[in-house]
Design a protein. Structure first.
Length: 519
């Protein structure tokens, strides 16, 4: 081989150039190998899944083994809240990191400002493959998602709207959403870019239609009633009394309780339509289960307490059976991640759009600022970051999800959001300037009105110990000392001993209204 010295200058130049390029390419390759791939993100988002319906949050009613395992593998937030306990606004908040008044969708009606930055748009523009599969309920079409399959309204054989048109499905909607999500993740796992998926479940929203395999759960079992099932609302303002969401009187026989359809009312017709979505085989299995059990429905001469208890047992069992599919979904998704070798570089988050009354205060549904409605599960497994089995007692809120997802993805963007990145908490740090109160605002289904379930407009603040609520239409106030009265049974708003805490809470509410730009 000729030495470098015997070569012509041009040949030497070519050789040196080639060598430098090879070295540069090799260095770049090594750097690329050393540079960790950005994490995949899986946000599993339930509908109306109350904290106290999860065994890792101390449920007395059921077990959720797969969600519990997620908590053992990551961090469970014990003080996680929403800013508006209703589906559409809560989902818009997840997207934007903003309270309802700022993103425009204050109710389940129109108003969402689709021009706003969202976590999906930011992740997509930074190179993430993005998808949302399942319930949408935001009042404008999805943007920022490479793939969507949404509007899964029925529990059985639901239709999905995708970027390519409408697609049918067969089976229970929770299973179908899970299967479609896994299929999409499998496709992405074969590509180079990281992915982020919002697995957006319809369960366990009213009307609580479980998968057939879950119907036998709790059969023949009398579940323990909540301590406040027969709450008399003494000391409370008129708002809770006028609301139409009581287990005793407001659950519809066919629509909610799965009794035979006997009328032609709006909800009777809705119950018929839901049953009509089933295949013949599914319907036979459904009727075979509920038929004989409906014979235990209280007779006309039953007492109010007997009827309330029967209604509650029927309601809560179907709610929990429906929610069991959510636990199955978490198990299936995590099994896929493990089998595909994706677990170590995938963040998994489990949360719900809001909480739910499970007979607490004699209620079902949500909307109110009371604990069972305002609290929501929030569990994060971030391999290498979250300490397995850890808990965090800091006050966090659904406005924090979007900025956290953006931070997790390594996106540097100055985007105005009301929420705060949870990453320091997930690293078990204790930021000195973390919030000491969360803000809540319920605007009803339509602005300035008492509408669905007749829940009055209200706003409030919650600290580690206290909660202050203002029902604006009646200018009525409630104050609860959560340390002494965790069930919120004693309104202390006009109690002299609580005048100083009330004044401080009013100042906090005013401060947060200013900070968040509430008019």
């Amino acid at each position: 081989m000729a030495s470098l010295r015997s070569r012509t200058p041009r040949t030497c130049a070519r050789f040196l150039t080639t060598s430098i390029l090879l070295l540069a390419t090799a260095s770049a390759s090594v750097a690329q190998e050393e540079q960790p791939r950005r994490p995949n993100i899986v946000l599993i988002y339930a509908d109306d899944h109350a904290q106290h319906a999860l065994s890792c949050y101390g449920s007395r009613l059921t077990t959720t083994p797969h969600i519990d395992q997620l908590a053992r593998d990551g961090m469970r937030f014990t003080q996680s809240f929403v800013g508006n306990s209703i589906c559409g606004p809560a989902r818009a908040t997840i997207l934007t990191g903003l309270h309802s008044h700022a993103h425009g969708q204050g109710s389940n009606g129109p108003g969402f400002r689709n021009d706003l930055p969202t976590f999906a748009k930011l992740l997509q523009s930074s190179g993430y493959a993005t998808a949302v599969i399942g319930k949408w309920h935001v009042s404008s079409p999805p943007t920022g998602f490479d793939h969507h399959a949404i509007k899964a309204g029925n529990y059985y054989n639901s239709k999905f709207r995708t970027q390519d048109g409408t697609e049918p499905s067969t089976g229970h909607v929770t299973d179908v959403i899970t299967q479609r999500s896994i299929a999409w993740m499998k496709e992405q796992s074969e590509r180079d870019e990281p992915f982020a998926i919002w697995v957006s479940h319809s369960a366990s929203h009213r009307t609580w239609m479980p998968a057939l395999r879950h119907l036998p759960m709790f059969d023949g079992v009398t579940l323990p009633e909540p301590a406040t099932l027969f709450d008399d609302y003494a000391t409370r303002t008129g708002a809770i009394r006028s609301a139409q969401m009581r287990v005793s009187r407001d659950l519809f026989p066919a629509y909610d309780l799965k009794l035979p359809v006997t009328g032609k009312g709006i909800l009777d017709n809705a119950a018929t339509r839901m049953l009509d979505t089933m295949t013949d085989e599914q319907r036979r299995a459904w009727d075979a289960f509920f038929g004989p059990r409906n014979e235990t429905y209280p007779s006309a001469d039953a007492t109010d307490a007997e009827r309330t208890r029967w209604n509650w047992q029927r309601y809560i069992k179907n709610y929990l059976r429906t929610a069991a599919g959510l636990d199955d979904s978490v198990g299936a998704i995590r099994a896929f991640l493990e089998e595909s070798g994706l677990t170590r570089n995938t963040i998994v988050i489990y949360a719900s759009d809001q909480g739910f009354f499970l007979g607490d205060h004699g209620l079902y549904d949500k909307r109110f600022i009371y604990e069972e409605s305002m609290r929501t599960p929030c569990i994060v497994s971030w391999p290498g970051v979250t300490k397995p089995g850890s808990t965090c007692d800091a006050l966090v809120q659904n406005i924090d999800i979007a900025p956290t997802l953006v931070s997790m993805a390594g996106v540097n963007a100055e985007v105005p959001m009301h929420g705060t990145d949870l990453s320091p908490l997930l690293r078990s740090e204790s930021p000195a300037d973390w919030r000491d109160a969360v803000y809540y605002q319920y605007r009803g289904t339509e602005p300035n009105s008492r509408t669905s379930h007749l829940v009055a407009r209200h706003e409030g603040v919650r600290t580690a110990r206290y909660k202050l609520v203002h029902f604006e239409d009646d200018d009525a106030w409630e104050l609860y000392d959560l340390e002494k009265d965790p069930h919120e049974l004693r309104n202390e708003a006009d109690t002299e001993a609580y005048s100083e805490p009330r004044a401080a809470l009013e100042r906090t509410m005013k401060k947060l209204r200013t900070e968040y730009g509430v008019e």
